[in-house]
Design a protein around this ligand. Structure first.
Ligand code: IMO
Ligand code: MG
Length: 399
């Protein structure tokens, strides 16, 4: 499962809903920058590092391509039933997010001034960078005893304060010791006995480090082709990707957003859709559905099946617009890839094919919802397999 937009597509809800059909749920990218919310009745939990299948009692795997912040992991575990810890395995090859990575994230953002990315300040970029620099310990290195000398010298040179590192590493060892394992071995085992695993992506395709709107992206890969690399399984074991999309668009942080709207229309959608970051609480930027960007994401991930979220929001909004092309220097194009260099300047070309205003979901998918599904299936050449019309678990319709 991958996000097809700029993150916050409703992935947590979809994973929780589908997890019943799987033996395990594995996170394969990002870290505690993710905020995947699951709502069951009055109960609400936002997952940052722990896979969103936790409330379904599934085995939970954190793959090697995830950067693990032991402090956040400990906090998250403390909010969940005790049994969750017994189900959780953290791959020994995961890199850790150290307290210095979080400091460095903040320092870098400040240094960039007006070109700051608007990161979650969870230390994600620096943790992946430290991995590439071969500077930081993996979970397994920490257990064996890691020599922090080079890392400390590096951070001191950068004026990032390494104080507290040893206490942090001891605390992390205590937490991670019992969780350590090999996600690839576990997945192979599950597959060999005929079981299956749901791979839970975080962030969205357009935030991918290589294929997103660089430099306004996250520190790693968010696309389906990262699943086998991250988890250490052959590409053939990764299965069919499911894309998750919202029926409008949002973005948190800086960077180009061609279909962005501001003013009362955006404020209204933000308030109805509760579009505030689940990790940082920041108000999300709001935009209309962007079919140009979605087609790019769908092609990049090889997605044939999508889940569409937040139909209930559009039922409370009078307008609905979909961007069918971008206009740049007088000419129209529907090529997102070709627009990447000038995404800041493109003008969206809209159509208003339908309205969901006033639609109700008490008796399944209403006519207006069916029209939207038909429209998306035709425009995006995918099958819509799941529709969500509210954050609560039961407000889901399988098609
Ligand atoms: P989920 O999994 C939305 C955004 C940040 C920022 C950029 C880089 O809940 O969809 P980072 O801290 O990753 O270096 O920030 O990426 N971002 C997200 N936006 N949803 C997320 O996760 C995000 N994780 C990171 O806002 O623009
Ligand atoms: Mg989120």
């Amino acid at each position: 499962m991958v996000g097809l937009q700029w993150g916050d597509e409703g992935k947590g809800k979809v994973v929780d809903y589908l997890a019943g059909q799987y033996d395990a749920v594995a996170r394969f990218n990002g870290g505690s920058n993710a905020g995947h919310t699951v709502v069951i009745g009055e109960r609400r939990h936002t997952f940052h590092l722990i896979p969103s299948g936790a409330l379904k009692g599934k085995d939970l795997l954190i793959g090697a391509g995830v950067v693990v912040d032991p402090v956040v992991l400990g906090e998250e575990l403390s909010l969940l039933p005790d049994g969750v810890k017994r189900k959780l395995m953290v791959d020994g090859r995961c890199s850790l997010v150290s307290p210095m990575d979080k400091q460095l994230d903040a320092v870098l953002e400040e240094m960039k001034g007006s070109s700051a990315i608007g990161t979650t300040k969870r230390g994600i970029g620096p943790a992946y960078a430290a991995r590439a620099l071969r500077l930081s310990p993996r979970v397994s290195d920490l257990m064996r005893g890691f020599d922090f000398a080079a890392m400390v010298r590096f951070y001191e040179k950068l004026s990032v304060n390494p104080q507290g590192l040893i206490a942090w590493s001891e605390e992390s060892k205590r937490l991670l010791g019992s969780l350590l394992g090999s996600a690839s071995d576990r997945i192979t085992e599950i597959n060999e006995r005929g079981g299956n695993v749901l791979f839970e992506g975080s962030q969205g395709t357009l935030l991918d480090l290589l294929h997103g709107s660089y430099p306004f992206v996250t520190g790693t890969h968010t696309i389906a082709s990262y699943i086998p690399a991250s988890l250490g399984i052959p590409p053939s074991a990764a299965g069919e990707p499911l894309g998750v999309m919202k029926c409008y668009a949002t973005r948190v942080g800086s960077g180009p957003f061609p279909t962005e709207v501001t003013g009362p229309v955006a404020d209204n959608i933000r308030s109805i859709g509760n579009e505030y970051g689940a990790t940082t609480g920041r108000p999300r930027r709001i935009g209309w559905l962007d079919l140009v960007a979605l087609r790019y994401s769908i092609a990049l991930n090889g997605v044939k099946k999508v889940a569409v979220s937040k139909l209930d929001v559009l039922s409370q909004v009078k307008e609905f617009k979909a961007c069918v092309a971008y206009k740049y220097q007088g000419s129209e194009s529907a090529d997102f890839q070709g627009s990447l260099a000038h995404l800041e300047e493109v003008e969206p070309v809209y159509e208003s094919p339908l309205s969901l205003h006033g639609s109700r979901y008490d008796n399944g998918l209403p006519e207006e919802g069916k029209k939207l599904v038909g429209y998306l299936e035709e425009e995006l050449r995918v099958n819509v397999s799941l529709v969500s019309h509210g954050e609560e678990r039961s407000k889901t319709i399988e098609l």
